[in-house]
Design a protein around this ligand. Structure first.
Ligand SMILES: Cc1cc2nc3c(=O)[nH]c(=O)nc-3n(C[C@H](O)[C@H](O)[C@H](O)COP(=O)(O)OP(=O)(O)OC[C@H]3O[C@@H](n4cnc5c(N)ncnc54)[C@H](O)[C@@H]3O)c2cc1C
Length: 408
């Protein structure tokens, strides 16, 4: 049975380790992470943690405290995978080390992308780790006169929302003319933009960042504003950069694995014999959506970790591995709205509001391509999203979904 090595002890990695242990792996399970904090959940970082409502004890991942006989090693960064020698090299405070494995789970997720040339400027933040969220929170507690959030994707939108709930003035800058257009399409992206405006955000669309303005304070360079590509400037004491992620795949560079917008896997999340990937960095073929997918959602990271572990267990037993092809689902909490999307629509898909009102920010919309139901979006409509998601799992067509919603 041998040693299972899990690199990345967050949502995907820990759930892989848990499934390996609970479903029959009796050998050692070594779980390694670069972070020094006990494994924690990320969604609250931009919500309750940033708002000052939750402390770190509320976000510890339950799997980290279960009695699973895991060999958890924190503060060690993977630097290289030798797939034929079956070893991973690590760097840590005590120097370099190597761990041998029989089976490997790759779950190193992603890091926040940063603006170029902003390293070392005080007052400029990202939100990906607990450390990031606590650093930003302590600046917000000092009641800055204006926060500028760069990027109106889901993380930027949640940070803007949390800052407004704290009573702060917020400018939200987005390079696209419609936020979230690539994920929700133009119509629904415009609705999400309107939610920010209705909540008092100064929303600047279709404009990029030219540079950050800085001042010298106590010998250090501190952000004082943002100059935009249209020549305008916005004063800022705090800037939060939410411009997407960079996958943590550097350590796989010479591994021989295929890395192309993620670790390329088969339909069972296998990247090579005895090597699987899961979570934000795993790219796999979806027959449900007819293309390769890489999903950055909480639930997919859990389900992917579990599925990847089952692939390894099936290999151990000489059985065929299960196919991983769930209907992706995520939520985002912004102001008093809960936004949920099930499925994976493309921007050009047809989008029909089937219930409620977009003006009231309380509605359900269905997306379709041909007769394929590709997504369901809900704003403050969780029950409808859950029901339609189940119908998607069962393969309901776009026409049948429209008819079902009309009859409801
Ligand atoms: C602020 C925030 C809010 C979110 N909100 C939502 C939400 O509301 N709804 C939703 O569906 N999803 C949300 N998500 C997304 C969700 O949290 C992610 O999809 C999920 O965390 C992905 O899990 P993962 O295990 O694949 O990767 P990650 O969580 O990125 O974990 C990767 C782990 O690998 C470690 N690591 C990285 N490189 C190395 C290395 N070289 N060696 C060793 N260890 C390494 C990291 O330290 C980290 O612990 C949010 C994410 C963030 C950051």
């Amino acid at each position: 049975m041998g040693t299972a090595l899990v690199v990345g002890a967050s949502l995907a990695g820990l759930h892989a380790a848990r499934t390996l242990r609970l479903e029959g792996h009796v050998g050692p399970i070594v779980v390694v992470d670069a972070d020094v904090d006990a494994p924690y959940d990320k969604p609250p970082l931009s919500k309750q943690v940033l708002a000052g409502e939750w402390e770190r004890d509320r976000i510890v991942l339950p799997a980290a405290t279960e009695d699973l006989d895991l060999d958890l090693r924190l503060g060690l960064r993977a630097t290289a995978l030798d797939a034929s020698a079956r070893t991973v090299s690590f760097a840590g405070a005590d120097g370099a080390s190597t761990v041998s494995f029989d089976q490997l789970v790759i779950a190193t997720g992603a890091a926040a992308r940063r603006l170029p040339d902003t390293a070392g400027i005080a007052g400029v933040h990202v939100v990906r780790t607990l450390h990031d969220a606590l650093a930003l929170r302590s600046e917000l507690e000092a009641a800055p006169s204006r926060v500028v959030v760069i990027g109106a994707g889901f993380i930027g939108a949640e940070v803007a929302s949390t800052c407004r709930r704290r009573g702060l003035d917020v400018t939200l800058v987005e390079a696209l003319s419609v936020p979230l257009e690539r994920i929700l399409g133009a119509g629904m992206g415009r609705v999400c933009a309107a939610v920010h405006v209705a909540n008092g955000v100064d929303l600047r669309l279709g404009v990029g960042v030219d540079h950050l303005d800085t001042i010298e304070v106590g010998g250090e360079s501190r952000v004082a504003g943002v100059t935009l590509t249209d020549g305008s400037s916005v004063a800022a004491d705090v800037v939060v950069v939410g411009i997407g992620v960079q996958l943590n795949v550097d350590w796989l560079a010479d591994s021989g694995l295929s890395v192309d917008d993620g670790v390329v896997c088969d339909a069972s999340l296998r990247a090579a014999p005895g090597i699987v990937a899961a979570g934000d960095l795993a790219r796999y073929p979806s027959s449900r959506f007819g293309r390769m997918l890489r999903i950055e959602h909480w639930e997919t990271a859990i389900a992917g970790g579990e599925a990847a572990a089952r692939t390894l267990l099936a290999e151990q037993r000489g059985e065929s591995a299960p196919v991983f092809d769930p209907v992706p689902w995520f939520w985002s909490d912004q102001y008093d709205r809960k936004i949920q999307l099930a499925g994976r629509p493309q921007p050009a898909d047809e989008c029909v509001v089937v219930e409620g009102s977009t003006d009231e920010f309380r509605f359900v919309a269905l997306y379709g391509s041909g007769d394929r139901l590709t997504g369901v979006l809900g704003m403050n409509r969780p029950r409808h999203v859950v029901q339609m998601r189940m119908a998607m799992e069962e393969g309901i067509t776009f026409t049948a979904a429209l008819e079902r919603m009309a009859a409801a």
